[in-house]
Design a protein. Structure first.
Length: 920
DNA sequence: CTAGGGTTAG
């Protein structure tokens, strides 16, 4: 073979590279090398390109680096550019960077290679750093460098820089370049700005498949399912053939219940184009079926994927987890172990997410162990997932421990911790961690704010923490976020400041389902049932569909108003729409039936004891308590302990109030002490109110007063009101005065202090004092909350005030009252004048007593309802003692069952007796 | 330059 010239070796070498015969190129080089021919810069650059493009010749490339150094060719710009490109391609960014920094001169290609390297290695921050440096050094970008910079802005959601880059693009005229425009479409998609994405797409002069894919995925990522489908139709109309990327995006756009019908159509198209074996498409389809609540279809799809990759496994595991099937998720983890696939951090994150419920705590701990032994414990994402898992299992101690041992935190770590405090009802800790987070220099995002606000639930929380944070929100500009505005609204509502929540609600530019639901729930839970129902109806009129939250709120409103029929109708709708199995809805339904006096209905829909959540137990106990079945309340409490459910502070409020209504003083006290000692539930103000009421009602006023002085939390208005009411019942003028003074001090606008005190004075015949109190009320502009009663007859609610004559059947009503009075006087009724609170003669007193609203409602109810039916009457204030006695007599005289609900409890009257045994 | 799985959420 004749001796070849240097140039012929060069030509051969570059020929092999052009022909994509990379291994041949390397072999040729060795042949030349053993013949002792010294390579020139061009050869080494070609060789590096071969190593680069083959994707496999890593060690060969690094050996070439040695030759470059040996022959002093680092100063050759072609060689050093090729070397840089080689290192960047294989992800050796340290070497790539070194190469770049040491280059004698750089062209735009060198800059681009470096940026592409960082981009493909998942470091968009570095890409933007380099871009800024390019700007400083006056280097002009080409289409490739612009594309990678634009895509990095999108990934980092850096909208400010993104718009700057756009202006640079326009200046250079590269906005007409297809690749650059494609990148811009995706970037705006990442910002959630589909309008600008579409604008760029619309003005493009020529589009390729990637352009279509970019706009479709921009719509898909931002949940604009219909728009992505519209684009797809337009694309098909122009005879552009979709590829697997197009269809993947479309499938993920349809990944929810509402869009499943379209998704299934796309599934058919996938099959038509023969793309149903593309793994990426299979995986998106799997997720789509799972997210639409069709887990079985997802499982079938998973089984049928011939060559599952790790993402298939991870997706399936996540699907099981999201559908609450943690055993299946963990089973999959075991199956994965038997394959060739190697699990990654996403695998474990999904497994942890599946274990994020109290029942799966042990499994969660096991995964924690696996992560530790697998050496993944320092992974940020897994640390975050662990915090979440422990927080959702209710073990904040472990969540905090994980947090403290993590080598680094991001905003998600803090949010998971604060969110955990929120869910576990620890508002002070949520606030404390929020403060520490800011001291630590970590920027809050909207989720942080939503979590912190969500942890507040009392008027104290609102005053001390909620309002200062509201100020912080206004200052930092978070109030422009619609999630934040909704959670502000919810906070004010939950803490009982309905005026403020109303104000925020009215100011909302768009009222979404969450805003409406918050208004319904807050009004229902704060005793404004009618307002709640109005919101409920208006929400529907505005075209929104009810969800779990709306139905729970609607039921709570019916419960508040005691509207059994409406509640039942709503419950029927709920069943029809398939919401009855939702835990919150089921609990709200139970609560509604309980508060409407239908304990049998409560028992009918109650979950079986073994999987009965604590909330259901609490509703059951408080239901029994409200109806005076204190034995059943106590039995339920013991049953709850037997099946291993943990009582919480609400359980004890219900239990103590059962003892209270049953007059079980010793038992109530015993529960109060065991609550702290045995169950570790710290006594809160609600428990103390129960105890004060318990002691006071039974006449142990001295002990009640001592308890108030010594109890672990400061007394509030409820405590003093209860003590005042007890001293009225047991006629203790001195204590009444004390309690009334405290009450007026705490809440000067409250009418009950004046009213109750004047009652005690009236009983004792101290009419001057009564007048004095009346004058004070007048001068302080305080009005007695008017008592009213209502009764529903023939689907129409009739409301009566004291001495009300506004009803169209007034004549008959008063006639009926006279009859009743005669009838029961014959069988022993004697009016109890101590409930007549004006200083008049005895006849007037009796006349006033017979003007009480509950008596008017009773007379009307008896007029217009069939004989033998149960009469249901409601009162906004505690029932008067004389009326209670009248109801008993009437129930026997006319042989009717009467159910009276006041704000505290139910009275079931039947055959001359009341279920409260005259103790209320 | 486009596409599939994961942690925080009213």
């Amino acid at each position: 073979m004749p001796q070849r010239s240097e140039s012929s070796w060069s030509t051969m070498l570059s020929g092999y590279v052009r022909a994509e015969m990379y291994v041949k190129a390397v072999e040729l080089f060795y042949e030349m090398w053993v013949q002792g021919i010294e390579p020139n810069g061009f050869m080494l650059a070609s060789l590096l390109t071969a190593c680069n493009r083959s994707g496999k010749l890593v060690s060969q490339g690094t050996q070439v680096h040695g030759l470059v150094v040996k022959y002093g060719l680092l100063s050759d710009v072609f060689v050093s550019s090729a070397l840089l490109h080689f290192y960047a391609t294989y992800g050796f960014m340290f070497d790539a960077r070194k190469c770049f920094e040491e280059m004698p001169e750089r062209n735009v290609v060198s800059w681009t290679s470096l940026m592409v390297g960082y981009s493909t290695n998942g470091d968009p921050e570095e890409v933007l750093e380099i871009y800024q440096r390019m700007r400083r050094e006056g280097v002009r970008c080409n289409q490739n460098s612009f594309s990678v910079v634009i895509s990095s802005c999108g990934l980092l959601e850096d909208e400010l820089l993104g718009r700057q880059v756009l202006s640079h693009v326009v200046v250079t005229g590269l906005d007409y370049n297809v690749s650059v425009a494609n990148a811009l479409i995706s970037m705006f998609g990442c910002f959630g700005n589909v309008e600008d994405a579409y604008f760029i797409f619309k003005v493009m002069e020529e589009r390729d498949t990637i352009s279509w894919n970019s706009i479709i995925s921009a719509y898909s990522h931002n949940q604009y399912c219909e728009d992505s489908l519209k684009c797809f139709r337009w694309m098909r109309h122009g005879n552009v053939k979709p590829d697997s990327t197009t269809l993947s995006s479309l499938v993920s756009a349809c990944s929810n219940v509402d869009n499943l019908k379209w998704g299934m159509g796309i599934h058919d198209i996938v099959i038509k184009f023969g793309l149903d074996s593309v793994i990426c498409v299979c995986n998106t389809l799997l997720t789509m079926y799972s997210e639409s609540g069709r887990l079985e279809d997802a499982v079938r799809l998973f089984r049928d994927i011939p060559e599952k990759d790790l993402i298939s496994w991870n997706s399936m595991m996540a699907s099981f987890g999201q559908n609450g099937e943690y055993q299946n998720a963990l089973g999959l983890l075991a199956d994965l172990h038997g394959t060739n696939e190697i699990s990654n951090h996403v695998t474990f994150a999904s497994a942890l997410a599946a274990c994020s419920c109290p029942e799966a705590l042990i499994e969660g701990k096991t995964i924690h162990g696996l992560i530790f032994r697998g050496g993944r414990i320092e992974h940020l994402l897994l640390g975050n997932a662990l915090i979440t898992m422990y927080a959702k299992c209710g073990v904040m101690r472990y969540a905090k421990q994980v947090f403290q041992t993590m080598p680094q935190h991001d905003v998600v770590s803090w949010n998971a911790l604060i969110g955990g405090h929120m869910e576990n009802e620890e508002p002070q800790k949520a606030l404390q961690d929020f403060k520490w987070m800011r001291e630590d220099g970590m920027c809050a995002n909207y989720i942080t704010i939503v979590n912190v606000l969500g942890s507040f639930s009392t008027s104290e929380d609102l005053r001390n923490n909620g309002m200062p944070i509201h100020a912080y929100i206004e200052m930092t500009g978070f109030e422009s976020d619609s999630y934040v505005r909704n959670s502000l609204l919810t906070m004010y509502a939950k803490c009982g400041d309905l005026n403020s929540s109303n104000f925020i609600f009215e100011q909302l530019d768009t009222k979404n389902i969450v805003s409406w639901n918050a208004m319904v729930a807050a009004n229902a839970h704060h005793g404004c049932g009618e307002a709640a129902l109005k919101f409920f109806a208006k929400m529907h009129q505005s075209g929104l569909e009810f969800d779990h939250f709306s139905f729970s709120g609607g039921l709570a409103a019916c419960a508040n108003l005691g509207l059994l029929e409406e509640g039942q109708q709503l419950h029927n709708i709920i069943i029809k729409k398939g919401f009855e199995s939702d835990l919150h809805v089921a609990n709200a339904a139970m609560d509604m039936y309980g508060k409407c006096g239908e304990m049998n209905e409560v028992l009918r829909i109650l979950p079986t004891p073994s999987n009965r959540p604590r909330l259901s137990w609490n509703i059951l106990i408080s239901g029994f308590s409200r109806h005076g079945y204190y034995n059943k309340a106590r039995d339920t409490f013991h049953h709850m302990l037997q099946v291993g459910a943990q009582p919480n502070h609400v359980t004890f409020v219900a239990l103590l109030s059962a003892c209270n209504h049953g007059g079980l003083v010793e038992e109530g006290l015993a529960h109060f002490y065991s609550m702290v000692k045995e169950f570790g539930v710290p006594p809160a103000i609600e428990h103390c109110v129960c105890i004060v009421d318990l002691l006071g009602r039974s006449g142990r006023l001295i002990e009640a007063e001592i308890f108030v002085k010594e109890m672990p939390v400061p007394a509030n208005d409820h405590v003093w009101r209860s003590l005042l009411s007890a001293s009225r019942t047991h006629n203790n003028l001195e204590l009444s005065r004390k309690a009334a003074n405290h009450l007026i001090e705490l809440d000067p606008s409250d009418d009950s202090a004046y009213v109750l005190l004047s009652n005690v004075c009236a009983i004792n015949g101290r009419w001057e004092d009564v007048d004095d109190i009346r004058r004070k009320m007048k001068s302080n502009k305080i009005k007695k909350k008017p008592g009213c009663s209502w009764v529903k007859v023939n689907n129409k609610v009739s409301t009566f005030g004291m001495g009300d004559q506004s009803h169209p059947q007034t004549l008959q009503i008063y006639g009926k009252l006279t009859d009743l009075r005669k009838m029961i006087k014959e069988v022993g009724y004697v009016p109890d004048m101590s409930f007549a609170l004006h200083d008049t003669d005895e006849e007037d007193k009796e006349h006033n007593l017979w003007n009480h609203s509950e008596k008017l409602a009773l007379a009307f109810g008896l007029l217009d309802t069939p004989e033998g039916s149960t009469l249901r009457i409601f009162k906004n204030l505690r029932v008067c003692g004389d009326c209670h006695s009248v109801y008993k007599f009437v129930s026997k005289a006319v042989q009717r069952r009467i159910v009276l609900r006041d704000p505290y409890r139910f009275h079931h009257f039947s055959n001359g007796k009341c279920s409260c045994c005259d103790y209320w």
